[in-house]
Ligand binder design. Structure first.
Ligand code: ATP
Ligand code: LTN
Length: 327
C-alpha cells in the first residue's frame, strides 16, 4: 500500500483554506493508502508561540483532524514532537541543504520580511519538513499550493542523499487539489487565507460559529460588477468565492457560474454562506464530542507509537549510511 503523509501547524485556528487545500483530502486518501497525519508543533515554534496557546491549538488541530474524517484507528495521527526521529533526521538533512536553496524559499521570504529579528529555525524549516516526509518514505504528500516549493526541495534532498550514500529514500509526489489549492483572504484576494493573519475577518476559521461565518462572507470583498464569473485575473475576489463554493458544494466552477447567471452577488453570497456552514457545522459537532470524550490523548499516544516504529529503522539506516557509529 502506498504511503501518504502530511502535517499542519498548530500556529492558530485552522481555516477553511487549510480544510479545502489539505485536510479535506486527508480523510479521502486514508481509504486507499497507509496514512501519517501529524500536528507539526516543531514547525510552529519557528515563530514565537505563547506556551498555553500552543498547547491548546495542538489539541484543537489534532481533534479537528479526527472531526474532519480521519479515523485514528486506520490512520496514524500524532504530534511531531512525540516522535524524536523528526528532530534528528531534520538536523542530518540540514547539513545536506545549501544556504542558497533555503534563501530561495518564498515562505521564508514572506514570513521574515520586515521583521527585526528572525529565528534561524524559520530559515532551516524546509529541511525539517523534508525529514518529516522522508522518514516514512511517503509516496504522496497532500498539501496546498504554497507548499509546492518545499516539496521540490524535499525531492532534491532525497535525490542528493540517494546519490551520495546509496538508494535510501522514496522520492515523494505532491498531491495538490485542482480547485481550492490556494484559497485567498476574504479582505484581500492577493494574499492567501492564513490563520496567522491578525485580522479575523480575513479568514473563516473551521470553528467559527455559523452566524460569524455568515457575517464574514457577507462582508467579503467583491468588485463593482455583478457577474458571478470565474476570472482569477480580472475578478480575483469573486473567483475566490466561486472556488470556495465549488469545493463546499462538490460542484465544478462552471456549474456554479451557470447557477448564478444574471443573479448578482447578493443571492450568491447568501447561498455560499449556507454551503460553508453545511460543511463546517457537522465537523464542529464532532469536534466538540472528541474534545469532550477525553480520548484524544490516547489516540495521539497510539499514533506516536506506531509512527515511531515506522521511523526508527529509517533513521538507523540513514545514520549507518552516513558513517555514524550505530550499535
Ligand atoms: P500560517 O498561515 O500560519 O503559515 P498555514 O495555514 O499556511 O499557516 P499550515 O498550517 O502548515 O500553514 O498549512 C497546512 C496545510 O494547509 C498546508 O498543506 C497548506 O498548503 C494548506 N493551506 C494553508 N493555507 C491555505 C489556503 N489559503 N488555501 C489552500 N490551502 C492552504
Ligand atoms: N510546511 C507545511 C507544514 C508541514 C508539512 C510537513 C506538510 C510540515 N511538515 C510535512 C506536509 C508534509 C506548511 O507550512 N503548511
Amino acid at each position: 500500500m502506498k504511503r501518504v503523509l502530511s502535517g499542519i501547524q498548530p500556529s492558530g485556528q485552522l481555516t477553511l483554506g487549510n480544510y479545502i487545500g489539505a485536510l479535506r483530502n486527508f480523510g479521502k486518501l486514508q481509504h486507499t493508502h497507509e496514512c501519517f497525519f501529524m500536528v507539526v508543533d516543531l514547525h510552529a515554534v519557528t515563530v514565537p508561540q505563547e506556551p498555553a496557546a500552543l498547547k491548546e491549538q495542538s489539541e484543537a488541530v489534532a481533534a479537528l483532524f479526527i472531526a474532519s474524517g480521519i479515523d485514528p484507528a486506520k490512520s496514524n495521527v500524532f504530534m511531531q514532537s512525540h516522535v524524536t526521529a523528526h528532530a534528528e533526521l531534520g538536523w542530518l538533512l540540514t547539513t545536506l541543504t545549501y544556504m542558497g536553496e533555503l534563501e530561495r524559499m518564498t515562505q521564508f521570504k514572506d514570513k521574515s520580511s520586515g521583521k527585526e529579528s528572525v529565528g534561524a529555525g524559520l530559515f532551516t524549516y524546509p529541511s525539517l519538513m523534508a525529514a518529516d516526509i522522508l522518514l516514512y518514505n511517503a509516496d504522496l504528500v497532500p498539501v496546498g499550493d504554497d507548499q509546492k516549493q518545499h516539496l521540490e526541495l524535499t525531492r532534491d534532498l532525497a535525490h542528493r542523499f540517494n546519490t551520495r550514500y546509496g538508494q535510501t529514500f522514496t522520492i515523494p509526489e505532491p498531491y495538490i487539489p485542482q480547485v481550492g489549492a490556494r484559497i485567498m483572504s476574504l479582505d484581500d484576494a492577493s494574499k492567501k487565507m492564513s490563520k496567522s493573519n491578525p485580522n479575523a475577518g480575513s479568514y473563516i476559521a473551521m470553528l467559527d460559529e455559523p452566524d460569524v461565518i455568515r457575517k464574514k462572507i457577507s462582508r467579503a470583498v467583491t468588485d463593482s460588477g455583478r457577474e458571478v464569473k470565474f476570472d482569477p485575473q480580472g475578478k480575483p475576489e469573486v473567483s475566490n468565492l466561486i472556488s470556495i463554493y465549488a469545493q463546499c458544494a462538490d460542484m465544478t466552477v462552471q456549474e456554479v457560474e451557470a447557477m448564478y447567471e444574471g443573479q448578482g452577488y447578493g443571492p450568491f453570497k447568501k447561498d455560499l454562506a449556507e454551503r460553508v456552514v453545511a460543511v463546517l457545522e457537522p465537523i464542529q459537532q464532532r469536534y466538540r464530542d472528541i474534545r469532550g470524550s477525553g480520548e484524544l490523548h490516547s489516540f495521539l499516544r497510539q499514533g506516536a507509537e506506531r509512527a515511531a516504529a515506522a521511523a526508527q529503522p529509517v533513521l538507523r539506516q540513514v545514520k549507518e549510511k552516513m558513517g555514524f557509529l550505530v550499535f
